[in-house]
Ligand binder design. Structure first.
Ligand code: ATP
Ligand code: MG
Length: 216
């Protein structure tokens, strides 16, 4: 990789957790990336508004979680773009802002990469970037090799697998824990934990003044 290589870490980040952070940092260090940009999705095409927290909450939690790492930043590009989010648009935007020479690495977890064959405008995505699939507990690489094998060879050659420290953490489990009143300390950065609490996110009965999705 050149010293201007950049990573893109896409996700719903509802909420962001240490699994995301350790994955992004491991890929950054392994490939010597200059920076990793976290890109919270707008409305994911496969999820309804009731299933996903307001984009502004997810964006702010990602800012809080990444603030202490000088190589991390957060982009508003998908949350500010109207309509469903497509990775191809984000990758193209990064390519346009960086010029033709900088390498771009799109970072995913092992569960997300198995959905790759169904992503829109795959050719366009691979025209601009390499894809790194990080290991994730519960999603062994061997299980999705067959799915990846469906992709044309030139695309497949641009997918790389990387073993990262295993953290069996998921946003769905964190949402469930909050709803059930179970602790999330040490699963998310402290600032994120405090934000979730302050805004009343993920509770079964949202705090009256801070209903999920209401920032006013
Ligand atoms: P949810 O349970 O709501 O799907 P999630 O924990 O999977 O949330 P996402 O925002 O869906 O988080 O994931 C963003 C990206 O981070 C995806 O590419 C996903 O595979 C990856 N990822 C999430 N958690 C981990 C983890 N613990 N280890 C490695 N990769 C992860
Ligand atoms: Mg997920």
């Amino acid at each position: 990789m050149t010293n201007r290589a950049i990573g893109i870490m896409g996700g719903t980040f509802d909420p962001v957790h240490y699994g995301h952070l350790v994955t992004a940092e491991s890929v950054r260090a392994h490939y010597g990336l200059q920076e990793v940009v976290f890109v919270p999705t707008g409305m994911p095409p496969h999820k309804s508004p009731e299933q996903v927290s307001q984009a502004e909450h997810r964006y702010l939690m990602t800012v809080l979680a990444t603030a202490t790492n000088p190589a991390f930043s957060v982009s508003r590009s998908e949350i500010d773009r109207p309509g469903p989010s497509f990775t191809a648009d984000t990758v193209r935007e990064v390519r346009q802002s960086r010029g033709p020479l900088d390498e771009i690495v799109f970072i995913t977890g092992a569960d997300a990469v198995r959905q790759l064959p169904s992503w829109s405008r795959l050719d366009e995505i691979f025209q601009h970037c390499e894809v790194v699939a990080a290991s994730r507990p519960g999603y062994p690489f061997a299980e999705f090799e067959q799915e990846i094998a469906l992709l044309p060879r030139p695309l497949r050659r641009r997918i790389h697998f990387l073993e990262v420290p295993a953290l069996a953490i998921s946003s769905s489990d964190i949402r469930h824990r909050v709803a059930e009143g179970m602790p999330i300390r040490y699963l998310v950065p402290e600032a994120v934990q405090i934000y979730i609490d302050k805004m009343g996110l993920y509770r079964k009965v949202p705090a009256a003044a801070n209903r999920r999705g209401d920032l006013s």
